[in-house]
Design a binder for this molecule. Sequence first.
Ligand SMILES: NC(=O)C1=CN([C@@H]2O[C@H](COP(=O)(O)OP(=O)(O)OC[C@H]3O[C@@H](n4cnc5c(N)ncnc54)[C@H](OP(=O)(O)O)[C@@H]3O)[C@@H](O)[C@H]2O)C=CC1
Ligand SMILES: O=C(O)[C@@H]1CCC=N1
Length: 294
Amino acid sequence: MSSLISSTDIQSSIRSLRLCFYGAGSMAEAIVRGLLARGLADSSLIGMFNRSNAQRLEELESRYNVSVSNVEEEQLDMLQDADVIFLVMKPKDAAEALRKLSAFIKPNQLVVSVIAGLSIRTIEQLLEQPQPIVRTMPNTSSTIGLGATGISFSQSVNDDQRQIALAMFEAIGMATIVEESLLDVVTGVSGSGPAYIYYMMEAMVEAGKQLGLTPEAAREMTIQTVLGAAHMVKATGETPADLRRKVTSPNGTTQAALEVMESYRFSEGVIQAIKRASERAAEMGEEIERSAMK
Ligand SMILES: NC(=O)C1=CN([C@@H]2O[C@H](COP(=O)(O)OP(=O)(O)OC[C@H]3O[C@@H](n4cnc5c(N)ncnc54)[C@H](OP(=O)(O)O)[C@@H]3O)[C@@H](O)[C@H]2O)C=CC1
Ligand SMILES: O=C(O)[C@@H]1CCC=N1
């Protein structure tokens, strides 16, 4: 693969790559949908398979025109023929999947993992050979091109492969290269992050309904408020704290609301939640590492 890329036509180079998605759940779909929507992949070169859910494969085939298979030999062909293999199964299924892959993976095949907690070292252990590995932590907003992805590389990833990986994740949102040791933090902040915002939105909609808004009005007002707030931070370049102060009139409604939030230790709760998510990512990585030793 190293001869494929010049910096000027990286996008067309990526389009010529054969991609295999080992796992066909939410995250695999988010990446495929994002890459296709941005014209950065050719559906005829994408293969996807899962463990047992045939109906899910039919859905993906009809939605994206990708190749799918529930036949083991065909799945092995997809893996063997791929330039890039995406590991998109749950952490608990990773060790078994990687052991299977170790039997035939070739040194030039790029492995891209999105699995929370799973370290490059454990992937290498399970593959039992040096391999170019890109460890990432994206999020589901990649589906609409607004993902946020942290990326780390194994030592054997060459410059072309770095560019390929970076361009793929930049095409489906923003991507930042971080030290591998920080990927668990990225998981806590942005990997799980969309769920925190949805959780907040659920509560805002519920409050609106309880206070008499129709469900539709509560939902629409909440969506626009979150969208507007995120855009304001980005468009103005001001800090969230400054923008918050501009909403908060002395002794007004916002101050009253924020005081209630603080009495429930809202900020502290969010900080502790993100620390716990990141700690949990490390625990999940250790669990896979232990099963790799067996
Ligand atoms: N969801 C999210 O927001 C994010 C998830 N991640 C990471 O992405 C990974 C996938 O998560 P997500 O997409 O949510 O999970 P899903 O449960 O939606 O999908 C997992 C997929 O893996 C398949 N699978 C499991 N074992 C095997 C196997 N041995 N061979 C082939 N396919 C297999 C499952 O098949 P079947 O259904 O047939 O069992 C399913 O298609 C996780 O490791 C997670 O940490 C990272 C960032 C964000
Ligand atoms: O909840 C999880 O474990 C995965 C990782 C990041 C988002 N979802």
